[in-house]
Structure formats: structure tokens, C-alpha cells
Design a protein around this ligand. Structure first.
Ligand SMILES: C[S@@+](CC[C@H](N)C(=O)[O-])C[C@H]1O[C@@H](n2cnc3c(N)ncnc32)[C@H](O)[C@@H]1O
Length: 277
């Protein structure tokens, strides 16, 4: 979409707000334009572009609408079930036989922390009462500082816990009114930090010192980006994995990995091994 001066919305927003949205997928941007048109009662794309040019606040609002941070505990039941029953037990078995006893995980776009805490619950449960030297560390990152602040707090409204069994709710949370707070015990193996997957300086979160991750979660963000930038993210994440590591995406992003030559370990699980393995 262009205006009379042949300027596109991304070009206009770069100039007016200093924010580069050119990496986002065309379709995703179009859907955002249509959403904003409805919200602002603009009946045509041209009318919306004119409104955007007149309202600095609408520019901020448009950029804000691109920050989709929806998440759920144990999002994609099949993924978490294969993790619990196959992937994590096999990693833990290998670690218990080797010198390096630490399972290393990178949750690359953790949003408000549901994915990270779900993983921590599984690992706490699976390592309880086994080889006490076995340990795990989850590096949870997001490019949004505000999301990391929320994730670190670990406070959730009761409606966010509807996919969690009562047993897990009782074991891993304290309750006050309708707010559930993650217990300190569940946070102790997690390192939250701000990290942009397009960082040119670092190949993995600096806090992790070196990558070598057994599992990298890269779920529900690839589809927001143009194919060229999805490839950049996949290069970065696979580059930080151990040789026999697993890459996990969202349910709707499986096709992107399958087309890039990744092998899905169980059909529909969204858990992949790298094409080079
Ligand atoms: C829809 S949420 C997904 C949360 C979680 N992974 C899940 O699947 O439930 C997408 C998250 O990706 C983050 N994100 C988008 N682009 C990113 C980037 N370039 N680097 C790091 N995080 C990014 C957003 O801030 C947002 O919190």
C-alpha cells in the first residue's frame, strides 16, 4: 500500500516514528491495517493511510498492534506430551550417563513466561528423586522488555491457568484472590533476559555464555516475519543448538520448517531435528 508520494506504511513509520517494521510479513501487515481500519472507522485503505499520517498516536497504536504476545501454559498439547514422554526422558538419560549433567534450553520468545514455566514444571517433575547431579537451566528471552518484566514476576490471572491440572496449580503456584504466583522453586532454574533474535552482536543470549542448547523453543513468532527473516531466525537458533538438539515451533509454523528440510520427530508434534543431522 502506498500514498500519493509513493511511500509505503513501513517507510512512513520509519520516518515518523523511527521504528523499522519492514521485516514483518506482508500478509500480517495487511491484516493489521484491516484491524486498525475497523478500530478507527476508516472505510478505505487510502482513508486509513491519510488518518495515520495525521495522527502520531495512531502510528504508535499501529506499531503496538504488531506486538502479539498471546501465550498459554502447555500451548499445543501434543508438543508438550511428546516432550514429557519421549524427548526430555531421552535427554535426561543421555545426560545421566555423560559427564555434562546439565540440560540447557533456550525459550527464544517467551512473552509473559507461560511456555518457560511449563517447561520448568516438566523438568522439575522429571528430575525429582533421580540422579541429584542432573540439573537444568532455561534461558528465557524476548525482545520486549515489558514482556520480560511480566514473565519474571510470574503472576497470572486464574483464567490463564485453565489448561493446568489442579495438581500443578497447587504444586507450583501460590494463590491470592484470583491471582496465581509462580513459586520461587520453579523460578530458580530460569534466567530471563531481553534479547532480539535479529541481534548482530550475539548468536545466543549473552547470559548463556555459550549456546549448545539441547532444546530451542522458537514458537509462534516465525509467521510474523518475511521468509528472508524467518531464515535468519532459523539460522541463529539452529546455530546455537547442540549437534543432537531439538528445535520446537508453533503448531501453525510446522510447514516453514518442513519446507526448510527439518525433520519432525513425531508427526504433528512441531518438534524438529536440524537438517544437517
Ligand atoms: C505470540 S508470542 C509467543 C509466545 C510463546 N513463544 C508461545 O508460543 O506461546 C510472540 C513473542 O515473540 C516476541 N518476538 C517477536 N519478535 C521477536 C524478536 N525478533 N526477538 C525476540 N522476541 C521476539 C514477541 O515480543 C512476543 O512476546
Amino acid at each position: 500500500m502506498i500514498d500519493k508520494n509513493q511511500k509505503t506504511i513501513p517507510e512512513f513509520l520509519l520516518e515518523s516514528q523511527g521504528v523499522d517494521i519492514s521485516k514483518y510479513d506482508e500478509m500480517f501487515l495487511r491484516k493489521t491495517v484491516f484491524r486498525r481500519m475497523t478500530e478507527t472507522y476508516c472505510t478505505t485503505e487510502d482513508a486509513y493511510f491519510e488518518y495515520l499520517k495525521q495522527s502520531y498516536i495512531e502510528g504508535e497504536q499501529f506499531i503496538h498492534s504488531l506486538q502479539i504476545s498471546y501465550s498459554e501454559f502447555f500451548r499445543n498439547a501434543l508438543t508438550f506430551s511428546v516432550l514429557e514422554k519421549i524427548v526430555l526422558p531421552s535427554i535426561l538419560m543421555k545426560k545421566s550417563m555423560g559427564k555434562n549433567k546439565e540440560v540447557r534450553i533456550w525459550s527464544t520468545a517467551c512473552a509473559s513466561g507461560q511456555e518457560t514455566y511449563s517447561l520448568a514444571m516438566l523438568l522439575k517433575e522429571l528430575t525429582k528423586g533421580v540422579d541429584e547431579k542432573l540439573n537444568f537451566r532455561i534461558f528465557a528471552t524476548d525482545h520486549s522488555e515489558s514482556q520480560i518484566i511480566v514473565a519474571k514476576k510470574g503472576q497470572f490471572h486464574e483464567s490463564a491457568l485453565s489448561y493446568l491440572s489442579l495438581k500443578r496449580q497447587k504444586e507450583w503456584f501460590t494463590k491470592e484472590g484470583n491471582i496465581y504466583t509462580v513459586k520461587a522453586e520453579l523460578k530458580e532454574n530460569i534466567d530471563f533476559s531481553v534479547f532480539d533474535l535479529f541481534s548482530k552482536e550475539h548468536s545466543s543470549p549473552p547470559n548463556s555464555i555459550f549456546g549448545d542448547f539441547d532444546i530451542v523453543f522458537c514458537a509462534n513468532l516465525l509467521f510474523y516475519y518475511k521468509p528472508k527473516f524467518r531464515t535468519q531466525i532459523l539460522k541463529k537458533t539452529t546455530g546455537s543448538m547442540s549437534a543432537d538438539g531439538y528445535l520446537i515451533t508453533g503448531e501453525t509454523e510446522r510447514d516453514i520448517l518442513i519446507k526448510s528440510g527439518f525433520g519432525e520427530i513425531v508427526p504433528q508434534s512441531a518438534i524438529f531435528i536440524s537438517p544437517s543431522v
